[in-house]
Every structure is written in C-alpha cells, then in structure tokens.
Design a protein around this ligand. Sequence first.
Ligand code: BGC
Length: 815
Amino acid sequence: MTVTSEPTGAPGPTAALHTVPLEDKVRTLTGADAWSTHPLPAVGLKPLILSDGPVGPRGPAFGGGADQPPSLLFPSPSSMAATWDNDAVFEAGSLMGAKAAEMGIHVLLAPTVNLHRSPLGGRHFECYSEDPLLTARIAARLIEGVQSHGVAATIKHFVGNDSETDRMSYDARIDEKALREVYLLPFEVAVREARVWAVMAAYNGVNGARMTESRRLLTEVLKDEWGFDGVVVSDWEATRSTAASALAGLDLVMPGPNGPWGEQLTAAVRDGSVPESVVDDKLDRLVRLATRTGALEGATVPAPRPGGPADVLAEARDRLKALAIRGSVLLRNDGVLPLDTHDLHKVALIGPNAVKFAVQGGGSANVKPEHETTLGDALSAVLGREVEVTMTAGAFPHQVLGMLPQDRAVDPVSNDAGVFLSVVDADGKSLGDEHKPVEPFHFPILLPPGAEEVVLRTRLTLDRSGVHRLSVLGIGQFAVTVGGHTEIFEQLMEEPDFARLLLHTPSTAVPFAAEAGEVEVTVRLRPQAGLPHPVALLGIGYEAPRRDDDAELAAAVEAARTADAVVLVVGTGDEFERESVDRSTLALPGRQDELVDAVCAANPRTVVVVNAGAPVLMPWIDRPAAVLWAWFPGQEGAEAVADILTGAEPGGRLPTTFPAAETDSPVLATEPVDGAIDYAEGSLLGYRAYPNRGTRPLFPFGHGLSYTEWAYRDLQVTRGELGVDVSFEVQNSGDRAGRDVAQVYLESPGEPLRLVGYACVDAAAGVSTRVALDVDDRTLSRWSDHGWAITPGLHRIRVGRSSADLPLTAELRLG
Ligand code: BGC
C-alpha cells in the first residue's frame, strides 16, 4: 500500500508569523468556539473546523438536534478492528476523510486508540482492541485513509484514558515498560509510520502530571523522540493551567473562546515565564496543519487518490455494509447458519434489540446516520415475501425512553409539531420563549440573569388507553403535570459538570394512566445550581402502554414456539455504553438472559445475535444453535446482519478476550483509588494475562468462526536481515469460499504470548495459499531500561486461528 501522507509544501516556521502582534498570536491558540479556531488573516490562516469522530464525521454540532447534519455512520471501532483487515480499514478511513472533506471539516477527532483494559470501560466500543499491535496497525491505516483526503486525523486520547470514571481528574500510574510496550505504541506507530497530523491530550494525568501539562510525554517523547510535527490539541476543557500547559508542549486549547491561555498567556510571555518562541512554535504547527488541510490561503490540499471523493462517497452504503459484515464475529454455530431459507415459512424476530437495533454507542462519537433500515425490513428483504417475519420485544431493559411521537406532539402555542419552551423569572414572567421540534432529545437552554424555571409544554395525542410513561431528563427540581395530575421530584448530580450532564443526562420515568385522546403535558424544571455555565438541560421521552414484563416474555416464547426459526437479538445500546461513565456490570441489562433461556427452550432453531459494543456475559452460550456477535455495526448494520444470517461470510475475529465471568477479567475495576488508577498488571493485558490466571475465557482473543473450514501446515521461520520471515500454508478445506485471519504470535523467554503479525486469507473451496509475513526487529523487541531490545534466547513463533488455537510452532534462537 502506498500512501502520500506528506503534503506538498508543508512549511516550516514562517517569517511573517513572527511579526504578528503577540495578542493576536496567542488568541489563535485557543478555539474561537466549540468547533473552530480563529482566523489569522495576516498570515493567511483561515478558521480550522474540527469535528468528532471515530464512527464518522459528526459535523460541528452536538446532540442530534436539527442543526446536526446527517452523515455516514461507520461500524464502531471495535468492529473495525475485528476485521483485522488493514486494507479494508484504509478504505474506511478514506471514506471517512472524503465525507469529512465534503462537510468542510479540516480536523477529524479520531481515531481513539485507548485500550480495552477493563471490559467495563464506557468507551470500550470506541477503542479498537486490548492488543497494542492490532490497535496500532488498524489505527495507522485509518489515519492514512483519512489524511489521503487532506483531512487531519487526531489520534486520542494521549494517553492512559482507558476508562471513564473520574476521567477529568484521575492519575494513571503506569510503569515505563507497560507505557512503552502497550499504551504508547499505537501513538508511536501513528506518528512514525502514519504521520498523523494531530494528537489529542487526554483529561487524565499519567504518573503525576496532567496530560495537558506533561512535558515529558508531549515534548520529550512525542515531539522530540518520535518527531511529531503536528498539533497537540487539548481534550475539550482539559486545559487547567497557563504556563505549565504552554511549556509542556500543548499547542491548541479547545474549546474557546475562553480558557486559561488568552490574556494570561500573553502576560506570561510578557513577564518572561513563557518564552515567545514557545508561542511561535505552536503557531508554526497550526499553520502547518492548515497547509496540510487546505485552511491556509493559497495552500492546496494534496490531490486525493484516484477515484476522488465523489466516487468514494457514491459507494458509501455498500462499503459500510461490507465493513460491518467483515467485522461481525460468528462465535458459535452448530450448523444452523447460514439459514437454509427453503424450508422457512415463519421466522420470529425477537428481542429488545430487534425492536431497537443499536447502531452506535453514546457520547461524542455519535453521528446522525443518513440512512438506516430496521432489522425487520432487512430480514424480510433477504428472506423474500413468502416468509412471514414476526416481531416481539420479549424484554424491556431500557430506562431512557424513545422520543415523543413526531406526529402526535404539538406545541400548544404555535400548533406546530414539537414543544414550547420558556424561561421564566421568580414572578413567572417570561424571559424568553422558543418553539422546538421534537428533535433533539434534550435541549441545552441558556439561562439569562434572573432565570428561575424552565417550562416545557406540549399537547400529546395518545393513540391508545393504558399506562403511558414519560421520561424526564435533566438536573434540578421537576414538577411534571399530565392531564391535571402533578408529580414532583428531584434529580441532582454531585459536582455538576456540563460535559457529563450532556453525555449522561440523569433520567426519571413518570408513568400515567390515560385514555386515548389528547393530554396537556407541562414539565417545570428549577435547574440545579453550580454548573460552570448558565445553562440548563431539559429533555423528555415517551413510551406507549405495553404488556408487563411477564406477559411480554410469554409472548416471545409463544412467537418462538410457532416459528420455523428464531432470530433473537439481545444486547446493550447507547444508554448503557457511553462516554463519561463506565458500566457497572457485564451482565445483559434487564431480563435478557432469562429471555434467551426461555426462547431457546421453546425453539431449538434459535440464532442469537448479540448487539453490543463491548463484552457481555453469556451464561446461556451453549443453548442457542448459533451466536453471532454484531457489535454496534453502524448505519448499514441491519442489512449486514441479514446478509450474514443468509450466507455472507462473517469475517470478524475478536479483538478482545470475552471473559466467562466478570471476575475472570484480568482488570475489572475502573474506579480510581485516592484519585489514582494503578496499572499494576503492567503489560499483562487481556489474553496475555490469562495463562497466569488459571481460567479459560469464554472466547479467546482472535476467535471467530467461518462458514468454511481451514487447515494450517508447513510453518517456516528464518532470521532475515531486519527481522524474522514467517511463512506457512493455509488451506480452505471446506466446501465453500471463505476468509480466515491467520494470526502469528511470539513467546519470548520470560514473556507471555503476544501477537506479532496477522494476515487475511480469502480462498475458494479447496484452495491453499502460502502466507508470508515479516516480523521486524522492533516488533520482536521488549522495552528495558536501555531502550528496545530483543531478549536473547529461545523464542517460539506460533501460528493459528486465535490466541488459544495455535497448531503450528517453530523455535528460533535470537539475540
Ligand atoms: C471527548 C473527546 C471529544 C471531545 C469533543 C471530549 O469529551 O473526550 O473524545 O473529541 O469531547 O467532542
């Protein structure tokens, strides 16, 4: 693969820049607002537009509201890593870059390369793998793809942001060996190999220094040792100091326009505590970034690869579906898959995630998809009209309810669809009114001086009688009045923090019994004080009357009993897996385990599809006829699942170990103790730790079945000039074409097994392929006090289909 990552004419320090007044230079180093930087016309610098993120360019808006443009929603990063397919990920990056360029974005805030340290991590879905090499290679290809369209990738969060609890403040204590071998590796490869143009400094600290203030990691390691010539941008609101962060090597404070630099940094330069050359260096870097991304007058972005963005975008949906298929992991199959569609007349589609298929996780990595299909429609489309597909939820694990019905919620003042919002003072006098459409799900509301309450009103037409439920989101004291009856309650947040409030808004369900017809709904919120900005957040959701939990389970069993086959879709969703909060359990939410048991008992031809971003416990794993792991598969995910069930080869292999029990996880807890997280396990993460623990995982790292069979033989290993040359034969020994992921591991003296290479093999039935891989000296090396070195002694190269299925072994003396 050849990639042009160096743009034409990226300038070094610009003489003109240094004549710009100090105040103007410093102002440019803090964002102009949440998603853009200040222009600096004197040097031709235009505003740079920044946008999340790892599942596709969201656009410079947040919250899913009307101002957020539809975009392409990619499979979650764990799913992308599960492809183990460098070329496919490069193409995904290229599509992401093309879309970002089309949306006018210069800097994409992706990829996230923190590791799957604890399976409870709230952003697990947003990270690639527990393995640093797989993470590094997948991220590097994604970066190259994005940047091939003149859009900067931003690798994040540098470093040690592997969990969410107290993420703004904890200090990760990581020894140097683990830091180098595990946590820094993806960043190093991104800088040295993929030449990434931006790096995001994390909220947390590492070994005693906040990451926005870590001179050792930002300047000594990232810039001096690895030669990073791009921009270090802070995570949003992560900068807490002036001179310390400026001197450490942070280049751009986001968001703006306020922040700890501005006038304070100007003063620090004037009083000599920060040399002006430090400011100039940051500006040089910003100008270089602008040149690379076309935000400098006269600079042209490098010509995109042949095919051009328009061609890439035209095939977007097909590409996203192919990617989701390639990332889906077939965990078990007793032969029921692919479904033989000839003898099917009735298929029962069951499960909460069959009704509400989760295509993405929650938080800043969130995109409003430009296209989505329901699972029911996708399955009906592949099964044909003759097959009846029934739909039953079977369980209700969700706390956050759906949106108000678009066509049945009316602003009582304007009579348009939506709600009426007003902010009132202590006397009830309005300080500002606004009509809002039903979207977004919750509304940030600016509170003018004297604001006392926010009042939301809507007229809801109920289409049936029974117990309805509203969910109310926000923090403060609430009074919810429906049809004349008022419920009063309080929902508060300890140490209120706006980012957390936005990302993980507390919610309470308010049930009310009502007949079909119109009801007036009024929600009054007295916002909780203490947020740094005068803003309140208020949201509302709705759920129509439904069966109770027992009756729903019984209905699912009945649907299963009377069907020829069952597709049971269980899982989590953006309410359970999201930025800013870790999960508290690996168990499937609600009564889903019970649902799987009951449905499997009712129909042995049950295929379970797990729709989750991170491992869940599957105590029922042996009961279904097959289990397909679909991740959060992005906008084309429903079609991808339907295609796999009916014959498309599931290409995915697990990029992370699935534990059988919570306590089997080598690292579980995510709560800091006395403000610190001790990475006491060192480099022993995920599968590397299992041999010492005496337990077997439910599914090992690298596991995934194919629809055909594979045989491995004839491993040859020789010491080459720059590393070790490994080659072996892989045969498709089954009766249909398929794809396998051949995995190469190394056991060094005194070190556990670790991945050192992999290759995807596509082969027709019966065909044998010789796979050849180089493992370079650096990959063979470990970190010691003297730097990188190969441990002298007898090493073993092991090859196979997962970290626990390695039929070929060769020994080799090194060092
Ligand atoms: C997240 C970043 C994200 C930024 C901007 C932060 O809360 O940690 O990953 O890029 O917000 O949305």
